[in-house]
Design a binder for this molecule. Structure first.
Ligand SMILES: [Zn+2]
Length: 229
């Protein structure tokens, strides 16, 4: 099997099991063996953050959580030092610091690396600040794009590729789809000769668009721009 076939297989497994960390971590090992260490570590670090955050006590205010995390860092650092374990601290704070370092690496001195590892973000013109929520065009969780914010045309043109590489759960369309977008999708799915159903040909309200979007991509939750009152 070729490199590309192998990789497509790993990505398909990840997309088919979006809640499971295992296929992501298996892919990370594969990347590591192929000198894509930063990408591999990024997946591990983000999976680690998600796992630790999920294990934190629920219903506490942000101040309490901050204190809790500082406490855990102190404990873990002390144990590492005291027991001479020489391990890196893997508390949420330290993992988040490493996450930012890796993303800065992708974004700055290794721009090629960023573009290679996150080809889909180029489509929506993502800049270096995207992951900090200052430019919320997309949201990378547990190493992959899970939420995207894109114009309808971009989504209709690239959804197939984006969904084959990323377990995308939510898409916020920044522009309203057009009946032409849906007609093209219909032709792609059912062939040029098929007669266009009326709901495809005359889709207009958000409700109508959402119903069609759900039909094209059943696993994705869509949000549309609000309708004029
Ligand atoms: Zn720490």
């Amino acid at each position: 099997m070729s490199y590309a076939t192998d990789e497509a297989g790993f990505l398909a497994d990840i997309c088919a099991n979006p809640d499971d960390d295992t296929p992501r971590l298996v892919y990370a090992d594969w990347l590591q063996e192929r000198d894509r260490e930063a990408r591999a570590e990024f997946i591990r670090v983000q999976c680690g953050i998600a796992r630790k955050v999920a294990a934190e006590p629920k219903g506490k205010d942000p101040m309490w959580i901050t204190g809790f995390r500082i406490g855990l860092h102190g404990e873990e650092s002390f144990l590492n030092l005291f027991l001479g374990r020489g391990q890196k601290c893997e508390c949420v704070n330290c993992l988040q610091k490493r996450e930012r370092e890796l993303l800065d690496g992708f974004n700055s001195d290794k721009l090629d690396c960023f573009v290679r590892e996150f080809p889909d973000f180029r489509l929506v013109g993502l800049t270096t600040t995207w992951y900090r929520g200052e430019n919320p065009l997309g949201d990378v969780r547990r190493g992959f794009v899970e939420h995207a914010m894109v114009p309808a045309d971009v989504w209709f043109d690239h959804a197939g590729g984006m969904l084959s590489r990323n377990p995308i759960r939510e898409v916020k369309l920044t522009t309203k789809p057009t009946a032409a977008n849906h007609s093209r999708m219909f032709r792609e799915r059912f062939g040029l000769g098929a007669a266009l159903p009326l709901d495809v040909e005359f889709a207009d309200t958000n409700e109508e668009h959402l119903k069609l979007l759900k039909g094209w991509w059943p696993k994705v939750a869509f949000t549309l721009p609000p309708e004029p009152v």
